[in-house]
Design a protein around this ligand. Structure first.
Ligand SMILES: NC(=O)c1ccc[n+]([C@@H]2O[C@H](COP(=O)([O-])OP(=O)(O)OC[C@H]3O[C@@H](n4cnc5c(N)ncnc54)[C@H](OP(=O)(O)O)[C@@H]3O)[C@@H](O)[C@H]2O)c1
Length: 250
């Protein structure tokens, strides 16, 4: 089913498409024939990706919006218009010890990682339901299930997004709208490189594959969940994390 034309005639809004996983998702969906609406804050990077996708023969446009601002988030939904696929990917990870996580940092992570998906689904899923079809994919995180000594607020924001999958699968499923999550483990992106700097190699030791993932490996899973090949998958959390690390010392 995953052909270059599997998503022909479909429009997909991808949040956080200016970087990392979201960029790879947008490229992958466009290659399968979807018209993509790219979102991010950085207009220069957004427009550069539009150019690249259009030069490869697909359709794309860019809309900037800051998810720490609820009005701006709703404006994105209004400007995107009717979409068939929504990929809630934009994310913010401010990984700090709890004592160093102030209210502003917590609010930012909740606003981008949890509230933005709620506002976008609230604005766009009813239209999908009316049209009788739609696919919503959330990019979650293994942080929603696997605790670490830092990043509790991020984990909480991602756990919130993960439970929304099951609520929305129940709420919109009867109308033909599927909602699923892909839950990545560590992935090498602009964001993770900026966060870890010279310690980026640490990500290789957190899972059974012994390496961090590439954005394209997550994009393949998002495309599967977004497209017709997963027509009977609804309310699922699909782990793309290389396999959990053994609890035994090896
Ligand atoms: N990388 C990993 O190891 C990893 C692991 C598990 C889960 N994830 C999840 O995967 C998703 C993508 O992560 P990534 O590593 O690709 O991140 P990234 O390279 O840092 O990219 C983040 C994207 O989110 C957008 N964004 C950030 N803050 C925003 C805000 N306030 N308003 C609107 N957009 C905002 C950015 O837009 P601009 O740059 O244009 O501002 C960018 O497009 C996130 O949800 C993250 O939690 C990542």
């Amino acid at each position: 089913m995953s052909t270059r034309t599997a998503l022909q005639g479909r429009t997909a809004l991808v949040t956080g498409a200016t970087s990392g996983i979201g960029k790879a998702v947008a490229q992958n969906l466009a290659r399968q024939g979807a018209e993509v609406v790219l979102h991010g804050r950085d207009r220069a990077r957004g427009e550069a990706l539009v150019k690249e996708i259009v030069s490869e023969g697909s359709s794309a446009r860019f809309i900037a919006a800051d998810f720490t601002d609820a009005e701006d988030t709703l404006r994105l939904a209004a400007e995107a218009g009717a979409v068939d696929i929504l990929v809630n990917n934009a994310g913010l990870f401010e990984l700090a010890p709890t004592a160093m996580t102030d209210a502003a940092s917590f609010d930012r992570q909740i606003a981008v990682n949890t509230r933005a998906p709620i506002l976008l689904v609230g604005a766009l899923a009813p239209g999908m339901a009316e049209r009788g079809h739609g696919s919503i994919v959330i990019v979650g995180s293994s942080a929603a299930r696997m605790p670490a000594p830092i990043g509790a607020a991020y984990g909480a924001s991602k756990a919130g997004a993960e439970i929304l999958t099951r609520y929305w699968a129940t709420e919109f499923g009867p109308a033909g709208v599927r909602v699923n999550t892909v839950s990545p483990g560590p992935v090498i992106t602009e964001g993770s490189k900026a966060m870890l700097g010279d310690n980026i190699g640490l990500m290789d030791s957190t899972n059974a594959r012994g390496r961090a993932g590439a954005p394209e490996e997550i994009a393949e899973v998002v495309s599967f969940l977004a497209g017709p090949a997963s027509s009977y998958v609804n309310g699922a959390v699909l782990f793309a994390d290389g396999g959990e690390r053994s609890a035994l010392p090896v």
